[in-house]
Every structure is written in C-alpha cells, then in structure tokens.
Design a protein around this ligand. Structure first.
Ligand code: 3H9
Length: 701
C-alpha cells in the first residue's frame, strides 16, 4: 500500500483507489503504487476481481504534466506498461469513474474491462491541447471501442464528452445513479460469479476494420479540420495514430503511437502548449492578494452605455445568468443598443448554437434604464462610455452618488488613467479597470487594471467575476494602452516604417498570418476601423515630439476616406458584403508615393526582416512592462496575447516564443535597429539586456 494508491477488499473485490489530489495525476509515485496494488491483487487468492477508482473530486486528470520534459526522466513503470498489465489481467477489472477521466486517466479506464461512470462525469483525451497525442494506448483502444469516425472527433478535438454521450458512443458501458464504486464492485462480483467473459479493447477488431484500407476517410477528415488546425502539429499526429489503429495490428499501432508521442513531447509546440496550460492557471494568482481574500458576491450588475462594447459586456452577464441593467442617456440610444443585442442573440440561434428558449431567458435578464437611480442595487457597475476623461469622471461621480456604498465601480477603458477616474468618487478602493476586448461577448480576455487604491477585495472579486462570465482575467497596472495595446503599438509602428522602406501591406500581413496570427496588422486595422486612430493622431499631432520618427502612411489612407471594412476600403479593398481583403493598387501606389515624399529609396524587405521588425519590438515592450511591474509575470503577458490577439497557442505567447528564439538574438537585433533608426520604441529594454547578458530567459524570472 502506498500513500497515493490505497487498496481495500470488498466482497472479494480489490478496490484500488488513487489518492493524489488535486486531480489524481498519474505521476511516477501513482504509477508505482498502481502497479504494486495490481501485482498484490493478482497474487492474492482472496481477490477475485478489481475495481479502479479515484478519491476526491475526480477519477483522474491524466498524466502529471509537470513530469513532461523533466530531466532526468521520471521513473518507471511507464503508464502504458501499467495499463497493459491491467488489461491483461485474468481477473475482471472495472473502472468506477466520477468527475473527470482525462487523458491518461481515460486511457487507464480504457485498459479496464468495464467502465462505469457516475452521472455528471465527463471524459476526454485532451492531449492534443498540450501539443501531444494520447500516449498510453488511447489512440489504439478508443477507435476499437467506438469506431474511427467518432474516435477522430473525440481525439482531434480533445473536447469533453458528457457521460450520457460517452455511453452512447461506447466509451462507457454504463452511467449509474448512486455510488459508482458500489455499482462497480457489484458488477465485478457478477462478472466473476456468472463467469462473464472479459472484453479487452485491444483485442477487438470489428469497429476499426470498417475503415481499414480507406485512406479517403482520413484525407476527408484532415480537409475538414484544416482551418481550425492551421499551424498545429498535434491534430495531424492524432489522425496519423488513428489511421495506424485502423490499418495495423494493435502492437504495431501502439508502437507508432509511442514513437509519435515521444517525438511531439520534445517539440517546441508541445512545450509552448504546456506553458499555455500552466500560464492560464498561474494568472489567477496574485502576490499581494491571498487566495482566501473575501470576495463580494455579484448577484446583479449594471452596464453604463449600450454601444457595441456596453452591449457585448451586458450579454456576458446575461450569459452567465446574472441579471444586468443597461443604462443609456436616452431611450433612443437604449432601444438601438438593445436591438443590436437581440440581433446578436438571434444570429447565434439561427446558427443552431443557442436555443430560442435560452435566448429568451438571456434577454429576460437584461433590463434597461435612463436613470442612475435604478442602479442602486447593482453589486458591480461596468462603465463603457466614450473614451473621454471628463465624461468618465462625470459618470463616476453620478455612480458614486447613486450606487450602494459596497458596489464595485469598474471602467472599461482601454487607454485612460484608472486612478484619475477613481478620484471622481468617494470610494477609490472599489474602483478598478475592466478592459474588455472587442467583440466583448466573444473575446475571452479581460485586462483587469488595478488602481493605486483598488482594494484586495475589489481585485479578488473582479478576478473571480472574469471567470464567472467565462473570461480569463489578467491583472495589469496602469500605463498607456495597458499590456496588450501598448505592445501592439510597438509592433504596428514598425509595420508602417517597413511600408515606407519597401514592403507592401499584403506582404506584411502574409508574414504575420503565416507566423500564426489570425490576421496581419493591416487586415486587423481594416476590421477594427481606421478612423478612430486617425482622430486620436490628429489630436496628438501638436504634442508629438519632433525627434520621434512618424510615418504618415496611415493618415494618408484615411485622407482618402478609406476607413476599413465599413467603407469597403482601407489598407485593402473589399467586395460589398465580403470580409476578404484584396490588395488594392491604389494603396500600393500611395505607399510608394509616401516613401518618395518622405525621402526613402525603396528596397527589398525580406519576410524574415518583417517578422523580426514587428515581433522583436513587441517582445521588447513586454520586457519594459515587466520591468515596470505592470504585469505580474511574463506568462501573464503570454495569456494577454493568446486570448486578446490570437497569438498562436503553439508558440506559447510572445514572451515564451522569445525565450525559444533566444533573448541574446532579440537583444542584438534591437540594439542594431535602435542604432540604425534611433527610434525610442526600439531602445532595448533594460530587462532584455540583463537577461540576454546572463544567458537567461523570461521563463527563468
Ligand atoms: C496525458 O495524460 C498524457 C497521456 O496520454 C500519456 C502519458 C504517457 N498534471 O485546472 P485546475 C493542476 S496528458 C499536472 O485549476 P479545475 C493545475 O495546474 C494530460 N497538474 O482545476 C492546478 O495546479 P495549481 C491530459 C495538473 O478543477 C491544479 O491541478 N490531461 C494536471 O478547474 C488544479 O487544476 C489534461 O490535459 C495534470 N494533468 O480543473 C487535463 N491537471 O493549483 C488537464 C491539473 O498549482 N487538467 N493540474 O495551479 C484539466 O483539464 C483540469 O485541471 C481539470 C480540473 C478539469 C482536471
């Protein structure tokens, strides 16, 4: 008996229980404990059958991800060996599953002869999300149980399968009400008493035989998944393993799976995706806000402003079942905003992703008002009015007077100083920034901006609220553009300079798209609209320091009345009703003209230069942000970029990617660029310099 695996004998059935909180991860100690328990049960004449189960919240969350890539590698036995031994047992083995059986946890269950699950259980093989394939027989046993098409869906998506569906597919044998271990013991006993033959997944063939010698099935599946899987290696590797299951004997298929698993485990993509997994969990931890900080319950909410942003934010509350009151200055503005919300929901219903009933329920949670007096009950208010300090201060003064004293007042600003807004109230400790990303009902990121006086309770409450409304909240400090947009600015600047020096918008966009971003800077600009930035630049013109390099190219585009997709023309042109950017000779001519006007002799700009000139300054700005304490950790910045800007997960975010490139390389390039262009934004960050000289990375901080 080990600390992490216990055994009890119930009615001649050895109940082997994993006891390794929080998720019963199958690390080295658990695997050894499981193997010993198994050996003992096999040798014990008082044991006729076995049940494998997990204590606590779940059956098992799978292999211990922290062991991956460890040096020296974790000890034997390996998970496939343990699972093969379970499956080979002559005594029946029943898995009693509750909570989750994920990855290696589900593979362990697939090695058992029967799988019973409690109501509410969810199972999955999420390895693909970690950049690997299931590596303990999952890609070989699952298709043998449920057939190739279903196995492709389950393994390549990595998504959770609820118990009832898993039962229908054949992943589970039964879903039981009541205590699942009791049911499993009874089932095991019955198998012995009634001499029910043991069924081993690895020994069945009929389901995989259906697709044997049919490569077209896999070709079609790869075609179907191509868009979602763009740039990722693991989904394709999963298909390869399942194809091996269809065409090869079990032992050979398993060897293929093992080979691919080992190769992917060592890949940069898997390292990046594992980094992303832990980064997402780290982000909720705040150094000076202890885990047990009390949080205010959020039972009702209010949103000020029902424009695109405010409407999207209100939808988030309604989607999470939180009643929300939307405030506007006029009934007309309210009607317009509420109309857009209703149309948004209706579009989701028409795509079959929401029922009419759910739409009605959500709309029912949204009420509206033109009076601040109706906000006195709200636990949290999110202000989403026009980005103007005087206006925001006005609104906060009104809110301070109208809302109950304990209510949290949040501002959805993307540029303004939260402290200045807070000073318009008598409760600066309860003021915080909540920077949503557009479209606010879709994008998962929230930059939660702590003010100098935001209390621990306010911060903890808002971080929790982010999770409740299905977002990932990252705590950031006050600076122009906060984390994401400040870094974006550094990248966008260089893109415009490259245009002046010799590149064209479609070349830059293609390099960035091929790197893995959802779109390049120019298609993104067209999508967001170019006029707002133009107006801001016009306002800033008088105060812009003369020594800073400034590209006029973006202004010249706007001067032509080209504001992006909404005018069917921006950096690209658009066919009416289409969102596909088409390179436009008018723009290319204009870029050439700007080069000439600004005294540049155009030159060949390589794709590599584009990547380095855009991405290295972005990383450099991230290093400055870290140094200034505006993000807690480099991995938080990675989360901002993966969730707010679609930075490819298989690169782990810009800071993780930078470590892979090597900070020495990035620092050298930044220094060279700075010497060449003298631009303030290219000045190497002191932290970058320091780490580069020490041969360390952001991950070592
Ligand atoms: C695999 O199985 C490979 C095999 O095919 C082949 C092997 C040969 N390992 O998410 P939470 C930590 S690959 C290590 O906040 P929840 C997590 O970091 C694996 N640590 O809880 C956190 O730590 P901390 C395939 C893990 O209740 C704490 O546990 N499996 C693991 O919201 C709590 O986690 C997966 O990909 C792990 N496997 O959600 C499943 N899992 O407190 C990954 C969790 O220090 N896990 N931790 O921050 C999950 O999806 C969720 O954790 C789960 C619980 C749904 C289980």
């Amino acid at each position: 008996m080990s600390d992490v695996v216990t055994v009890t004998n119930r009615d001649g059935v050895a109940v082997i229980t994993l006891q390794s909180p929080p998720v019963n991860g199958l690390g080295s100690a658990v695997r050894s404990g499981l193997q010993s328990a198994l050996d003992a049960a096999m040798a014990d004449d008082a044991v006729d059958a076995l049940v494998v189960t997990g204590a606590g919240k779940m059956f098992s969350g799978g292999a211990d991800i922290r062991e991956f890539g460890q040096s020296p590698p974790p000890g034997t036995p390996h998970l496939p060996t343990v699972i093969d031994a379970i499956e080979a047992s002559e005594k029946p083995v029943v898995a009693a599953i509750h909570g989750f059986a994920l990855g290696g946890g589900l593979e362990l269950a697939l090695g058992c002869h029967v799988r019973l699950a409690a109501v509410g259980t969810r199972v999955a093989l999420p390895e693909v999300t970690l950049g690997i394939v299931p590596g303990a027989g999952g890609t070989q046993r699952l298709p043998r149980l449920i057939g190739v098409p279903a196995a492709l869906d389950v393994i390549v998506s990595g998504s959770m399968v609820p118990a009832a569906r898993a039962r229908t597919l054949g992943i589970l044998d039964d879903v039981v009400e009541g205590d699942v271990v009791d049911a499993a013991v009874a089932r095991a006993r019955r198998m012995v008493d009634e001499r029910i033959p043991i069924r081993r997944a690895s020994a069945t063939d009929d389901r995989v035989a259906e697709t044997r010698g049919k490569p077209e099935v896999f070709v079609a599946f790869k075609k179907k998944m191509a868009r979602r899987a763009r740039g990722f290696e693991a989904p394709y590797a999963c298909v390869e393993c399942i194809e091996a299951a269809a065409n090869l004997p079990y032992a050979e298929g398993t060897a293929t799976e093992r080979e691919i698993f080992v190769k992917l485990l060592a890949s940069d993509q898997s390292k990046a995706q594992r980094h992303a997994f832990f980064a997402e969990r780290q982000v909720a931890k705040i150094a000076d806000v202890p885990k047990d900080t009390p949080r205010r319950p959020i039972k009702t909410a209010a949103v000020i402003g029902c424009g695109t942003m405010g409407g999207g934010i209100a939808m988030n509350f309604a989607n999470a079942g939180i009643p929300v009151t939307v405030f506007e200055v006029s009934q007309e503005a309210l009607d317009k905003g509420l109309g857009i919300i209703a149309r948004n929901y209706a579009a989701t219903v028409s795509k079959g992703r929401l029922s009419q009933e759910d739409m009605n329920a959500r709309l029912g949670l949204i009420s509206s008002t033109v009076s601040y007096d109706d906000l006195s009950d709200a636990d949290v208010v999110v202000e989403a009015v026009f980005e103007d300090m005087a206006l925001k201060r006005e609104v906060f003064g009104q809110l301070d007077a109208a809302c109950k004293p304990e209510a949290i007042l949040a501002t959805n600003t993307s540029t303004l100083d939260v402290d200045e807004i807070a000073s318009a109230t008598s409760r600066p400790d309860k003021v915080i920034g909540t920077h949503f990303f557009s479209p606010a009902n879709v994008m998962k990121l929230m930059e939660n901006v702590r003010g100098a006086q935001s209390s621990a309770e306010t911060i903890a409450t808002i971080m929790k609220l982010s999770k409740t409304i299905g977002k990932i909240g990252v705590l950031v400090g006050i600076c122009d553009g906060f984390v994401g947009n400040r870094m974006l600015y550094a990248y966008r600047r260089q893109a415009d300079f490259l245009l002046e020096e010799g590149a064209l918008p479609d070349q830059i966009d293609k390099v960035i798209y091929d790197f893995g971003m959802p779109m390049g800077p120019y298609a993104m600009g067209d999508l967001a609209g170019l006029d707002v930035g133009w107006r801001i630049r016009q306002r800033q013109a008088a105060t812009r320091p003369a020594h800073l390099r400034y590209s006029t190219v973006a202004d010249r585009i706007c001067e032509l009345g080209r504001f992006g997709q909404k005018t069917n023309a921006g950096w690209f042109r658009y066919e009416p009703g289409s969102r596909t950017p088409i390179p436009d000779p008018v723009v290319n001519e204009l870029v050439l003209q700007v080069s000439a006007d600004n005294g540049f002799t155009r030159r060949e700009v390589s794709d590599q230069e584009i990547l380095e000139r855009c991405m290295y300054p972005l990383v450099n700005e991230g290093a400055k942000i870290l140094d200034e304490g505006l993000a807690q950790r480099a991995s938080d910045i990675d989360v901002v970029w993966m969730y707010g800007y679609g930075f490819p997960r298989y690169r782990g975010g810009p800071m993780f990617w930078a470590d892979l490139v090597g900070l020495g390389t990035i620092y050298d390039m930044m220094r060279r660029l700075h010497d060449e262009h003298g631009d303030y934004w290219l000045e190497p960050a002191p932290l970058l310099k320091q780490l580069a000289e020490q041969g360390r990375g952001f991950g070592d901080l």
